[in-house]
Design a protein around this ligand. Structure first.
Ligand SMILES: [Zn+2]
Length: 149
C-alpha cells in the first residue's frame, strides 16, 4: 500500500471528495485508511457505569485507499507515488517533483545533514534517539509495503 499513517491525503471520491487531511490509521491488509474528519460516522455510546455519560460520538470511518491521493509535502500537489532506492532503503517519492514523500524520512535526511554539521558536539544521547525511532517505523511499515507492493 502506498499510503501510510500521517500522510497528508486528498480525498478524490465519496461524500468527502475534495477534503485534504491526515491519515490516522493505515490498514494495509484491508486496503483501507482512516482519514481525519472523513467519512464521519455517529456512534451511540450507552453509559455502562454510573460515571459514564451516554453520548453520540462522531468518529472518522475507514475508506478505501483508492479514494485518496497523497499530497506531496514539497510541491503541495496531489500525486501518485513512485519508488526510489536510496542507499539500502526503498523510499516513496513524488511523481511530480521527485521529492521524498515520507515526512519521517524527510526529517531523517534533514537530521542527518544537521548531524554532519554538528558532528563535533554530538553526544551519545543524541546519537541513540534516531536509531530507535528508525527501528519502530521499520517494524510497522516495512512488511505492509512488501505485502502489497
Ligand atoms: Zn511533489
Amino acid at each position: 500500500m502506498k499510503i501510510k499513517k500521517n500522510d497528508k491525503v486528498l480525498v478524490i471520491t465519496g461524500k468527502d471528495a475534495g477534503k485534504t487531511a491526515k491519515v490516522l490509521v493505515a490498514m494495509p491488509k484491508a486496503n483501507k485508511v482512516v482519514v481525519d474528519g472523513v467519512n464521519v460516522q455517529k456512534k451511540h455510546a450507552k453509559a455502562r457505569s454510573a460515571n459514564q455519560v451516554s453520548e453520540i460520538k462522531s468518529q472518522s470511518g475507514a475508506i478505501d485507499v483508492s479514494n485518496v491521493m497523497v499530497v506531496c509535502p514539497t510541491c503541495d500537489k496531489a500525486t501518485r507515488v513512485a519508488y526510489k532506492v536510496e542507499g539500502d532503503k526503498k523510499v516513496r517519492v513524488c511523481k511530480k517533483c521527485g521529492a521524498l514523500l515520507d515526512v519521517a524520512e524527510v526529517k531523517e535526511v534533514k537530521k542527518a545533514a544537521k548531524k554532519a554539521t554538528k558532528k563535533a558536539d554530538a553526544t551519545e544521547a543524541t546519537e541513540k534517539k534516531p536509531t530507535t525511532r528508525k527501528r519502530t517505523t521499520k517494524k510497522v511499515e516495512a512488511p505492509a509495503e512488501d505485502a502489497n507492493a
